[in-house]
Design a protein around this ligand. Structure first.
Ligand code: AMP
Length: 124
């Protein structure tokens, strides 16, 4: 088995893989052929949406094995979500946690889209 297919298998085993397959519910706010976006169960801001690829990729630690156009697509989906959520005027933030020190808990790439309040910098 190739590294890429092993990663796909590993990330499809996560809770986000189950959401992609429709096996567990999620509050989906946007979807297209390559990604979906749904509200975080434990929101850290008035708007807290996760954008994930349908394809299994465990995180940005595997970015060099991913289709670059997919990574760009996820960024554009984040903008669509921010616009839908009415965040364009006041601003919003995209966060990608990578690995243990950053607090990544789900091994399926996800972009956090956060907004609706003043966001402090630097993040904790
Ligand atoms: P991270 O810590 O960057 O890996 O982010 C994982 C995020 O997934 C956390 O903010 C969790 O609250 C969120 N989360 C975990 N399970 C679910 C779920 N079933 N539906 C929505 N969000 C979830």
């Amino acid at each position: 088995m190739s590294d890429a297919s092993r990663d796909a298998e590993r990330s499809s085993d996560t809770v986000f893989g189950a959401i992609v397959r429709g096996e567990i519910p999620a509050d989906i706010v946007y979807e297209d052929e390559r990604c979906l976006a749904f509200r975080d169960l434990n929101p850290q801001a008035p708007t807290h949406v996760l954008v994930i690829p349908r394809a299994g990729i465990s995180g940005l630690q595997e970015a060099d094995q991913a289709d670059p156009s997919l990574l760009g697509h996820l960024m554009q989906a984040a903008q669509i979500v921010a616009r839908q959520e009415g965040l364009e005027d006041d601003g919003w933030r995209v966060v990608v946690n990578v690995g243990e020190d950053a607090g990544q808990t789900v091994a399926h790439l996800h972009l956090h889209v956060l907004g609706g309040r003043k966001l402090s910098w630097p993040p904790g």
